[in-house]
Design a protein around this ligand. Structure first.
Ligand code: SF4
Ligand code: SF4
Length: 376
C-alpha cells in the first residue's frame, strides 16, 4: 500500500493507490439542525436518476433517523463493532494541516484482513429493506436506578433523535474504488466526483462490501453497481445537484472544499463548524455536517470526530461571516463559487464572478397603510 496524507486524521495513512488529488473537490455541507426529514431530497434524486425498473432498493440519497435508523440497517454500528475500540485524536498535534490533531487509531484500510483492500462487510438482502425504518423514533430516555429521568445537560436533551441525510461522500480516498477488482470505479480529476463505469462492472459487489457508508448499491435486475453521481451533468454546467436544489429545509450547500473562495471551504476549514462523517474510517469524506446541538456530545463525537464541541459553539454563537454564509443555503440553483459578506447582506457569485444572489441579514418590514387594513 502507498502512504497518503489525510488531513482529517492529521497524518499519513496506508491506501492502495498513491495520493492524487483532483483539480478541485466536490463537497457539500448539510446543516442537521435544519433538516425536517421531509424526504424531498430522496424523491428529487429518485425521480431524476433511479425511477426505472429495479429501482426499489436504489436510494442514492436517503434520510435516516438516528440513533436507530439506517440504510442498510445498522450500517455504521456494524462497522464500528468490526473495527473495535480505537484511540482517538491527539489534540496536542493540532495545526493548520491537522485541524483536529493526529488520529492514533487504525483506519479501515489499515485494519483490512490480508488480501482485502479495506475492512468491511456485505449486508444481507433483508438489511436493504425499509429505507426509513425507525423514522422519528427517539433514543431510550436515560434514567437513574429509581427510574427517574436523568437531568438534561442543555443544550443536549434527554430524549432525542435527528435526521441524517446521506449521499455518497465522493471521498478523497474511496474504499469502493480501492476494492474494485475490475477498476470500474474512478475519481474524476476535474472535480473529484466518484463514478462507476457500468460497462466495466461485473457485479462482484466488492465496492458494496468495502464502502463503510454503504453508498454503492447493487441493482438486482442489471447485476451491476450504482451510486450517487453528484448530478455531474448539472455540476458541469455550474448547477447544484438535485437533492441540494430541492431541499425544503435549505440545509444543503454545495461547493469546493479545497478552494479558499468557496463558502464550503470557510465552513469546513476556517469556521470548522461543519464536520466529516466518521472521519476515523480514513476515507476523507467530502460531505460535511453541522452537528445537531440537542444531541449528547459522546454520540456526536463518535460520529463526527473531535471537532464537535467547537462546531456547536461556533454555530450557537455565529460570527457575522458565518451568519452571512448560513443565509446563502438554498438560495440559488447555481454553484456559489465565492461570496462577500457586508454589514447588511450576504452575496454569492458564480465561477465567473457574476452575482447570483443577495440576501439581507434582516428581512425588510412592510407596514400596510391604514386604508388596506382589514381591521379597524
Ligand atoms: S462514500 Fe462510499 S461509494 Fe461514495 S466515494 Fe466514498 S467509498 Fe465510494
Ligand atoms: S429535503 Fe432537506 S429538509 Fe427535507 S429531508 Fe432532505 S435534507 Fe432534510
Amino acid at each position: 500500500m502507498a502512504q497518503v496524507y489525510n488531513w482529517q486524521l492529521g497524518r499519513e495513512m496506508a491506501y492502495p493507490y498513491a495520493e492524487s488529488r483532483p483539480k478541485r473537490q466536490f463537497a457539500a455541507v448539510f446543516n442537521i439542525n435544519r433538516c425536517i426529514g421531509c424526504q424531498t431530497c430522496t424523491m428529487a434524486c429518485k425521480s431524476t436518476w433511479t425511477f426505472a425498473k429495479g429501482q426499489e432498493d436504489m436510494w442514492w440519497n436517503n434520510v435516516e433517523t438516528k440513533p436507530f435508523g439506517g440504510y442498510p440497517q445498522h450500517w455504521d454500528v456494524k462497522l464500528l463493532q468490526q473495527l473495535g475500540p480505537q484511540p482517538g485524536w491527539d489534540a496536542r498535534q493540532a495545526n493548520g494541516q491537522a485541524p483536529y490533531g493526529g488520529y492514533r487509531g487504525k483506519t479501515i484500510f489499515e485494519a483490512a484482513p490480508p488480501g482485502q483492500a479495506a475492512l468491511g462487510y456485505l449486508p444481507e438482502d433483508k438489511e436493504w429493506r425499509f429505507p426509513n425504518i425507525y423514522e422519528d423514533t427517539t433514543n431510550a430516555p436515560v434514567t437513574d436506578t429509581r427510574g427517574n429521568w436523568a437531568a438534561a445537560d442543555l443544550p443536549a436533551h434527554r430524549v432525542w433523535f435527528f435526521y441524517l441525510a446521506r449521499i455518497c461522500n465522493h471521498c478523497t480516498y474511496p474504499a469502493c474504488l480501492a476494492a474494485c477488482p475490475r477498476k470500474a470505479i474512478y475519481k474524476r480529476p476535474e472535480d473529484g466526483i466518484v463514478l462507476v463505469d457500468q460497462q466495466r462492472c461485473r457485479g462482484y459487489r466488492k465496492c458494496v462490501e468495502a464502502c463503510p457508508y454503504k453508498k454503492t448499491l447493487f441493482r438486482h435486475n442489471t447485476r451491476v453497481a450504482e451510486k450517487c453521481v453528484a448530478c455531474y451533468p448539472r455540476v458541469e454546467e455550474g448547477m447544484i445537484p438535485r437533492c441540494v436544489a430541492a431541499c425544503v429545509g435549505k440545509i444543503r450547500l454545495m461547493g469546493w472544499v479545497d478552494d479558499a473562495k468557496s463558502p464550503v471551504h470557510y465552513l469546513v476549514r476556517q469556521a470548522k463548524v461543519a464536520l466529516p462523517l466518521y472521519p476515523q474510517f480514513g476515507l476523507e469524506p467530502n460531505v460535511y455536517y453541522i452537528p445537531p446541538r440537542w444531541v449528547p456530545r459522546p454520540y456526536l463525537q463518535q460520529m463526527f470526530g473531535p471537532g464537535v464541541d467547537a462546531a456547536i459553539q461556533a454555530y450557537t454563537k455565529p460570527s457575522h461571516e458565518l451568519l452571512g454564509i448560513l443565509q446563502l443555503f438554498g438560495t440559488t440553483q447555481s454553484i456559489i463559487a465565492s461570496y462577500t459578506i457586508t454589514a447588511a447582506e450576504a452575496v454569492g457569485y458564480d465561477a465567473q464572478g457574476k452575482e447570483l444572489v443577495r440576501v439581507p441579514f434582516k428581512d425588510p418590514l412592510y407596514v400596510r397603510s391604514k386604508a388596506r387594513l382589514n381591521i379597524t
